[in-house]
Design a binder for this molecule. Structure first.
Ligand SMILES: NC(=O)c1ccc[n+]([C@@H]2O[C@H](COP(=O)([O-])OP(=O)(O)OC[C@H]3O[C@@H](n4cnc5c(N)ncnc54)[C@H](O)[C@@H]3O)[C@@H](O)[C@H]2O)c1
Length: 354
């Protein structure tokens, strides 16, 4: 069910303008900076003149993601887990702001390693915000649209979170992310820690791995190999896809925006595309002969694992604060990923391509 978006929510009307978390140029820490979104954020911050300290345990990220800035004089990289309290404490030294992106993501990981997903997300956030509060270093925390569960769209930041039944594992990720938000706001309340929480919706672009269930890179790889493009469920479920380059601009802007501290922001596209339409688009833009096949959800995921039908952000609050609106067309994003995939696989003339 959809609902209309009012120009301003009541909280926006009453919001007192708090100072920004930080002002450029900053000494920024990016946890998870060798990951997909983190590595793009590192490039964005360095491009703005900031000094960046990446802390990443390389569990799913990789140093190659930072290849474009590897020799940048203002980049420092530490390979360590932020779930270690000593690491969390050390990363706060000489930092003006922490962008906390480290986490275990991917629906597939949740199905196969639910404990790792829940514990890593919860404990790493717990340690980072506690250390930040002790050192008085502001934090921008990345959370997820998963916290809205099967709520009514468009999801507004002031809506209740709906992680779902504990027997359905999918809610475990959502709950860990939501608990991270509460912990951050708990520190804000008790210690005055300046915090901004960002709930990311489907973010796509170069360097995203399809290994852990991310739909777009998986479709692109299947189309380029000439394998069947596998749509889980009936494909009628919709998602909104935003380009990572635009998403990281919103993260950097929110950190520097007056009035953002103490609040939650949705960041993502508002344009819905069904998963079936996405498969068709990828097949067309990759000029592929791959068949598109439906795979029953129960064949891929454990019992009780539900896939929300729709997930659409309200961007009212975000627009009012930083005036951000995504503009990248999905077809252009797919073209970019197909070109990158071809270069990586060396399949330009392969049999899978018409
Ligand atoms: N990609 C999306 O569409 C999406 C959507 C919603 C939320 N998010 C959130 O955005 C953040 C970044 O996601 P991503 O897509 O870039 O994932 P990613 O897996 O590419 O990046 C996560 C990074 O965190 C690192 N990491 C994991 N545990 C760590 C630990 N304990 N200590 C240090 N580093 C650790 C990984 O090695 C990896 O480099 C995550 O917090 C995720 O929950 C992403």
């Amino acid at each position: 069910m959809a609902r209309s978006q009012s120009p301003l929510d009541p909280q926006d009307r009453n919001a007192c303008p708090r100072p920004p978390l930080a002002l450029h140029p900053v000494r920024a820490v990016v946890t998870g900076g060798a990951g997909f979104i983190g590595s793009h954020l590192v490039e964005e911050l360095l491009g703005r003149g900031d000094a960046v300290h990446v802390v990443d345990d390389l569990s799913t990220g990789c140093i190659d993601n930072l290849a474009a800035v590897a020799t940048h004089p203002k980049l420092r990289v530490t390979v360590a887990s932020v779930a270690d309290p000593l690491v969390a404490a050390r990363l706060c030294q000489d930092a003006d702001i922490i962008f906390h992106l480290a986490g275990v993501v991917g629906v597939q990981r949740l199905a196969t390693e639910p404990l790792a997903v829940m514990q890593c997300n919860l404990h790493s956030t717990e340690r980072v915000v506690a250390a930040a509060a002790a050192a008085k270093v502001p934090v921008l925390l990345t959370s997820s649209s998963e916290v809205y569960g099967d709520g009514q769209v468009p999801f507004r930041e002031q809506d209740p979170v709906r992680p779902g039944a504990t027997e359905g594992l999918r809610g475990g990720y959502a709950c860990a992310k939501a608990m991270g938000e509460w912990l951050a706001f708990g520190h804000a309340e008790q210690t005055g820690l300046p915090v901004v929480v960002v709930r990311l919706f489907n973010t796509v672009g170069p360097r995203q791995s399809g290994d852990h269930g991310m739909v777009l890179p998986r479709f692109v790889a299947q189309a380029l190999r000439g394998d069947a493009i596998t749509v889980y469920g009936d494909g009628e479920q919709t998602r909104c896809f935003a380009h990572v380059g635009e998403v990281v601009k919103a993260l950097a802007d929110l950190a520097m925006a007056p009035g953002a501290a103490g609040r939650v922001f949705n960041v993502g596209s508002e344009i819905e595309t069904s998963v079936w339409q996405l498969a068709q688009l990828v097949r067309e833009r990759a000029n592929s002969r791959s068949p598109i096949v439906r795979v029953p959800f129960a064949e891929v995921f454990p019992v009780g694992f539900v896939d929300p039908i729709r997930r659409v952000p309200s961007l009212v609050r975000l627009r009012a604060t930083i005036g951000w609106a995504p503009s990248a067309q999905l077809s252009a994003i797919v073209d970019e990923l197909v070109a990158a995939g071809r270069a990586e696989l060396g399949v330009a003339g392969a049999a899978s391509v018409r």
